[in-house]
Write a protein that binds this ligand. Structure first.
Ligand SMILES: Cc1cc2nc3c(=O)[nH]c(=O)nc-3n(C[C@H](O)[C@H](O)[C@H](O)COP(=O)(O)O)c2cc1C
Length: 200
């Protein structure tokens, strides 16, 4: 089983990076293979509503000159997806939103490519608006028939300067709990598939 985790922040060693890495480290400790991807700073374009993904049915976005399709392919083959984002004016930053919009739309228009996967979001903030960012990350997952694990708090860590979130002990504990919950859910779903238990 494998999980792909994205750092949507342009800061490669910032707070979002620490949160995503903490979840992935816990997954690894629970026997799940992970891949970490630096999404922020890759100039991912927004969705242009061309509907070519619905037309072509090739599991790809029509915009070919950025890394969206490469990342989408990783999401399609993964059993689980972690999306981390910083809080920008109480909402998602643009690049994270761009990947979520394009990847989720292609997945939906191509027969539900994310169905049955486990997905979660983690969010870095200085002070306010992070719950809304969490909600924005989970919105496309919720309508993609994905499963979302809970943890001991909303998946938020506080800090302004890069890696200041390492001083937020409760946040890191929550991220480890989240990784453990995600690993459990992934294993439970695998067990269900092995026993041919159908959702419907
Ligand atoms: C353009 C911009 C807008 C921001 N807006 C907010 C905000 O609305 N609420 C907040 O708590 N922090 C806000 N911040 C602070 C970042 O969310 C915070 O520093 C976060 O830890 C950054 O994560 P990173 O280190 O992974 O980039 C903003 C930062 C920037 C650059």
């Amino acid at each position: 089983m494998n999980v792909v985790g994205f750092n949507g922040s342009p800061r490669e060693n910032g707070n979002t990076a620490r949160l995503v890495r903490t979840v992935l480290d816990t997954l690894e400790a629970n026997g799940i293979t992970t891949e970490y991807i630096q999404l922020g700073g890759q100039n991912i374009h927004g969705c242009i509503a061309c509907m070519q993904c619905r037309e072509n049915q090739d599991k790809q976005c029509s915009i070919k000159n950025d890394k969206c399709n490469e990342y989408l392919a990783k999401m399609i083959q993964a059993d689980g997806i972690v999306v981390g984002a910083p809080t920008y004016f109480a909402d998602l930053n643009a690049e994270t939103k761009a990947l979520l919009d394009r990847a989720s739309f292609v997945a939906l228009q191509n027969g539900g490519l994310f169905r049955g996967k486990v997905g979660t979001g983690v969010v870095a903030a200085r002070r306010g608006g992070a719950v809304r960012v969490m909600d924005s990350i989970l919105k496309p997952f919720q309508m993609s028939e994905m499963f979302m694990p809970g943890s001991t708090y909303w998946n938020i860590g506080y800090g302004l300067d890069p890696d200041e979130v390492s001083e937020d002990a409760e946040a890191l504990k929550n991220m480890r709990n989240l990784g453990g919950q995600m690993a459990y859910l992934l294993k439970a779903l695998q067990l269900a598939r092995d026993n041919n238990i159908q959702v419907r």
